[in-house]
Design a protein. Structure first.
Length: 578
């Protein structure tokens, strides 16, 4: 029996219901069990329920299956409108390096799964998973974007055009330049990379100025035109002058985009032409025909220019508009063959003769043949020295009496200065070759020329400057070259006179090694002929490889040499009026 006193105001007694404890325990157990279960987590490569990427539900899928589903559900490729000024193109975004980044989208889904809160996990556990909608990332490859934009906008680019120089009549003129336009790709690519969801893209353009502007070139042209003036060159104070015309001066330099520049090749040729005009070379002792007899003429010293000085002074003067005349310092030129070294004319004998015919030659060709034959007539070559055809000729120029005729140049038969001179060089070669003189320099024609038939390959071409006929006098005494030109009969004879020789010389006909037929004729339009008219301007000739043999017998000794020739097959050319 309880003997404790009762409280004065006892609280009413409430009996607890057994199910309340059961529920609390169950919830606690659920919470603890769920927490333990959720806390243990899902596999790392499984997407939690309720997670979507780009609207595609990936919940409960492992990484591989989620990727397959994501790839299968990709939307159509969007279009991007690209504009440059008023021009717009609409192209698929992937043409500009755009793509959906499914790997990043899946990675974000996995990451979101791992970051779910305890409450979200509990909701998922009881079947009330929260929905998480993730965007599907987009990306742009910068290199592909630039390549695509470059190809797309290439037609909008224009290169800057440099101003250039042209020569008209006797003055330089400028051909204007123009600015270019260049589409700016890099800023647009950077914008697209940073904002891959862009669907309109505008590109800017910038002007590119030419390196050589019209204004800059005009300054150079004004300087160049100031140099176009006559220029006189004189040997000493009282010597003969050579005056270059304004056009000849203009041909000695270039007005280029980089500045004024001497044309060294043309200058060198002009120096040679000046020398041939102003020089008074020494005259060797020689023979002259007086009253039908050869008489001796004494040697004379001469005055000549120094080519190096001429080139230096001319180079300086051409680019200085204040200089209008040049005075060259003369040098004394001494003869190499003196009167005392000349044998009596009565002791000279005819050593060899060369002949050729020039039937059907034009009037111009006949003028040049007559002039060249007269120039070398009476040439005397000292023993041991070389005969030079061009030196004895004095150069092929209008100042030396030569006119325009047909020549072979740049693969064609064309009008050129001195056509017909080769008739004289060929005939001279035949005489000196028949005399047994060693060949120092001999050049052939490009094709077989009818004037020198029937002795094919027995010819020598000359061209001023660059191609000469040179042969050495090995006769032991001076030799005299005489020419006999019969224009009425179209025959030319060159004789070699000298001391009596014991040698005998024979020249064989040509030995032909190969023969090539000429090409088919060529027809070219011409605005200079009446419509339908046809004019032949070049003639066909077959090609040959051949040689001639010379045999020299002297005091029991025999020696031979060969002169080879290779003629090109030549094409007939006809001009047809258009």
């Amino acid at each position: 029996m309880n003997t404790d006193p009762l409280p004065a105001n006892p609280a009413p007694f409430r009996k607890r219901r057994p199910y309340t404890f059961v529920l609390a325990g169950l919830v606690g157990a659920l919470l603890l069990g769920g927490a333990l279960a959720l806390g243990s987590g899902s596999p790392a490569d499984v997407v939690a329920p309720g997670i979507r990427v780009g609207g595609t539900d990936l919940g409960g899928l492992n990484r591989a299956d989620a990727m397959k589903k994501l790839l299968a559900a990709q939307p159509a490729t969007p279009q991007i409108a690209v504009s440059v000024g008023s021009t717009t193109w609409t192209v698929p975004a992937d043409q500009l390096g755009w793509s959906l980044d499914t790997e990043a989208g899946l990675k974000a889904a996995i990451q979101a799964s791992s970051e779910r809160t305890l409450l979200q996990k509990m909701q998922t556990f009881v079947g009330q998973a929260p929905v998480t909608d993730l965007a599907l990332p987009q990306k742009v490859d910068a290199a592909q974007a630039k390549a695509g934009l470059a190809a797309l906008t290439a037609s909008q680019n224009t290169l800057a055009k440099n101003a250039s120089v042209a020569f008209e009549k006797i003055r330089y003129v400028v051909k204007p330049g123009a600015a270019g336009v260049q589409v700016q790709l890099d800023p647009a690519v950077q914008n697209l990379v940073q904002h891959p969801d862009l669907r309109t893209l505008s590109l800017n353009v910038v002007k590119s100025e030419p390196r050589y502007t019209t204004q800059g070139m005009q300054t150079l042209i004004d300087q160049g035109n100031a140099l176009v003036r006559p220029l006189s060159v004189k040997l000493g104070s009282g010597g003969q002058a050579f005056t270059l015309t304004p056009l000849q001066v203009a041909n000695l330099y270039w007005v280029r985009q980089t500045g004024l520049e001497i044309d060294q090749d043309t200058l060198a040729a002009k120096v040679k032409q000046i020398s041939s005009t102003v020089d008074r070379p020494a005259q060797n002792a020689r023979y002259e025909l007086k009253g039908g007899a050869l008489v001796k003429v004494a040697e004379q010293p001469g005055m000549i220019s120094d080519p190096a000085q001429t080139q230096k002074l001319l180079s300086q003067a051409v680019l200085d508009p204040k200089i209008t005349s040049i005075v060259l310092t003369p040098k004394v030129s001494q003869p190499t063959l003196k009167l005392a070294d000349l044998p009596d004319a009565s002791k000279l004998t005819l050593i060899a003769t060369g002949k050729s015919t020039y039937y059907h030659s034009s009037a111009a060709r006949r003028v040049n043949i007559t002039n060249a034959a007269a120039k070398i007539n009476g040439a005397v070559v000292a023993p041991g020295e070389n005969f030079s055809f061009l030196d004895n000729l004095g150069g092929i120029s209008p100042e030396n009496g030569f006119v325009t005729g047909l020549i072979i140049s740049a693969g064609r038969t064309v009008d050129g200065l001195g056509g017909g001179v080769c008739q004289v060089s060929t005939t001279t070669f035949r005489a000196l070759y028949q005399a047994g003189l060693p060949v120092v320099e001999r050049n052939q024609h490009a094709y077989r020329v009818g004037y020198y038939e029937p002795q094919v390959g027995y010819e020598a071409a000359v061209y001023d400057p660059g191609k000469d006929l040179k042969m050495k006098n090995d006769t032991g005494g001076p030799i005299l070259v005489k020419t006999i030109n019969d224009n009425a009969r179209s025959t030319l004879t060159v004789q070699v006179w000298g001391l009596p020789q014991t040698r005998t010389v024979s020249v064989s006909p040509a030995t032909i090694l190969s023969h090539t037929g000429h090409p088919a004729a060529k027809y070219v339009p011409s605005a200079d002929l009446p419509r339908g008219a046809v004019k032949q301007v070049d003639w066909a000739a077959d090609g040959y490889n051949l040689y001639i043999t010379r045999t020299i017998r002297d005091k029991g000794a025999v020696r031979t040499d060969k002169t080879t020739t290779s003629y090109k097959p030549w094409q007939a050319v006809y001009e047809v009026g258009q």
